[in-house]
Ligand binder design. Structure first.
Ligand code: ARG
Length: 457
């Protein structure tokens, strides 16, 4: 068998055109989904009395043999196999004889490929979900272990206010928790059945689409055959989900890379996730995190690639849609690595609590001083201005805020009193932020408990 469509052709396909058109080199990984879809369709044909039960049995037997061949790595792809659908159909003809020629009755590769891709992606989402849960779980564990570690909190990468190290780490846990919720939503979008839509206009043979959906575990049916064969929104949903996840992983990587530099020294990336330099013997580089950050480019690029390919395609199936697979496969493969690598990095981090503490500038407490004056009755805007001047003086005289004597404080405002120095304490500042979602110990412990529940599912 040359191609599935050669009847009306008298001329041969150009060699380069064949290579250009063929997708088997990448869509071969849909083999299991393709067989599963065909098994359901064979049964639907039998139920609609299009094929006999003997023919249906021959098809199911042949498909089972093909599955065994793939599992044993013994399926041979032939030069003329255009895509995975043609390859399996060709092989089924060899194994099941004439019955094989009936499997495609009323079915097009258009509804077939859309069904296969959905079946395939549905299976891939499950391990990604597990990876995400595991990453959240190690974040929660590290946060719990280091609940007492205090650190400078940054905005604009400038020291801002004191926080718990756990609070910083958990901030990524919550971003990933949203990713988990979004992934469940994406799954719902994926889980819609296109099969039974034919090439574009529906199925004329009385095929029971609800039977197909039940058989294949889809929760609903595509409601318009033209839309069903063309819809790639579920892939775009998945790719945008992945791009958002990668952006979270990338920011976390960036923070970890900075915090592990010798200038910061807040933490150390384990040897297991670092590599060295071929020239500089002293180097230990956070390549794991740099690769995660770098791969955000290709994952975002994959989303952009399909968005651009999908733009302006006329209705129903056009070959442009074959371009959906490589970005999808690459993104799945990438996240199947980046998520567990990040989990490993977090799990094996060494935290240097004293370095974090030593690096905290007294100016992290400037907001405390403003709050102090507010408590004494000064409106916040004025308090802000007064403390700005105090900070300026402290910079000029090179004295930390806790070393500025009361007399000097009083020269800025008569509201300053003996108790001012008790406010200049990191732990106290952190513990004052006891609102829901704040950095006080009890609030962080509540986060840990809530997030752990999400990670456990
Ligand atoms: N390999 C094709 C794809 O991935 C299968 C669908 C082909 N349909 C067609 N009308 N030529 O999109």
């Amino acid at each position: 068998m040359a191609t599935l469509w050669g009847g009306r052709f008298s001329g041969a396909t150009a060699g380069l055109m064949r290579t250009f058109n063929n997708s088997i080199r990448f869509d071969v990984r849909l083999w299991d989904a393709d067989i599963t879809g065909s098994e359901a369709y064979a049964q639907a044909l039998e139920r609609a009395n299009i094929i006999s039960s003997a023919e249906s049995a021959a098809l199911l037997n042949g498909l089972a043999k093909i599955r065994a061949e793939f599992n044993a790595d013994q399926f041979i792809i032939e030069a003329n196999d255009e895509d995975i659908h043609s390859a399996i159909e060709r092989r089924l003809g060899e194994l099941a004889g004439d019955a094989a020629g009936k499997l495609h009755t009323g079915r097009s590769r258009n509804d077939q490929v859309a069904t296969d891709t959905r079946l395939w992606l549905r299976e891939e989402i499950l391990p990604l979900k597990t990876h995400l849960r595991q990453l959240i779980a190690v974040i929660v564990n590290q946060a719990e272990t280091h609940i007492d570690a205090l650190m400078a909190g940054y905005t604009h990468l400038q020291q801002a206010q004191p926080i718990r190290f756990s609070h910083w780490l958990l901030s990524y846990g919550w971003a990933l928790e949203r990713d988990l919720t979004r992934l469940e939503q994406v799954y719902q979008q994926v889980n819609v059945l296109p099969l039974g839509s034919g090439a574009l206009s529906g199925n004329p043979l009385g095929i029971d689409r609800q039977f197909l959906a039940d058989e294949l575990g889809f929760s609903s049916l595509g409601q318009n055959s033209m839309d069903a064969v063309a819809d790639r929104d579920y892939i775009l949903d998945f790719l945008s989900w992945a791009a958002i996840v990668q952006s979270h992983l990338s920011s976390l990587s960036e923070d970890l890379i900075i915090y592990s530099s010798s200038e910061f020294g807040y933490l150390e990336i384990s040897d297991a996730y670092s590599t060295g330099s071929s020239l500089m013997p002293q180097k230990k580089n956070p390549d794991s995190l740099e690769l995660i950050r770098g791969k955000t480019g290709r994952v975002t690029g994959n989303l952009t690639a399909l968005l651009v390919s999908a733009k302006g395609i006329p209705s129903t199936y056009n070959k442009d849609l074959q371009e959906d697979k490589e970005p999808l496969f690459d993104t799945v493969d990438t996240l199947a690595m980046t998520l567990p690598i990040m989990t490993g990095v977090i799990e094996t981090l060494t935290i240097n609590q004293s370095r974090m503490y030593e690096a905290m500038s007294s100016h992290l407490l400037a907001t405390e001083l403003a709050d102090y004056l507010v408590e004494k009755g000064l409106p916040f805007r004025q308090a802000h201005d007064v403390i700005g001047k105090v900070v300026q003086m402290s910079l000029e005289t090179e004295q930390p805020l806790w070393s500025v004597p009361l007399s000097a404080y009083k020269s800025f405002s008569p509201l300053f009193d003996r108790d001012v120095h008790t406010w200049l304490d990191f732990e106290r500042a952190v513990e004052r932020r006891d609102s829901v979602g704040g950095t006080a110990k009890a609030a962080v412990l509540a986060q840990i408990e809530a997030l752990r529940k999400k990670a456990d599912g």
